[in-house]
Design a protein around this ligand. Sequence first.
Ligand code: TMP
Length: 196
Amino acid sequence: MNIISFEGIEGVGKSTQIDLLKKFLEKNSKEVEIYREPGSTLSGEKIRDILLDDQYDLSSKTELLLMFSARSELVNKKINNSSADYILLDRFFDASLAYQGYGRDLSLQFIKSLIDFIDCPIPDLSILIDISVEEGFARKINDKIDRIESSGNVFFNKVRDGYLEIAKNNEDRFIIIDGSNTIEEIHNDIIQNINL
Ligand code: TMP
């Protein structure tokens, strides 16, 4: 089984690229499952609702622990039981390092210990789609802004820089793609990195 995670700030086009990659893989007779984080299990989706609902004023530590609660369910109920050829993840543990670690200034070391604690598998490939915070949010201008999205540009610039640092420190599994390219160009870049 191959695990591919997609990462990046809001508005980079992860979902579009995940759908295109799924179609490409299925055309090549591969079985594909897609999961989003937080979410994709019964309890994980409820946790997601709490995390994104702006009526809750969650502390950063609560936010982190809820992310890992949802993730633990996803790992144990879905990923570990999967017989698919490819699992495509719309975010995974690198998102907690970027958002809660770099963005909210929580300990990266502690977050890494949570990754170990819930036995997270390491993705075979992680795709960071990178664009500026301004461009990302300009693409979401008509969407309702959720609790995390309302964290402001200073926060999102820390998240973006964090992602770039994580990718640099994990060159063996990360590729960085310029998210200001066309949908087609990005898709072609991605499939260059898939060994069927
Ligand atoms: P999205 O799926 O629409 O991108 O929403 C998920 C939000 O949760 C997004 O703002 C990123 C954030 N997030 C974290 O802060 N930490 C995490 O570990 C994950 C998986 C997501």
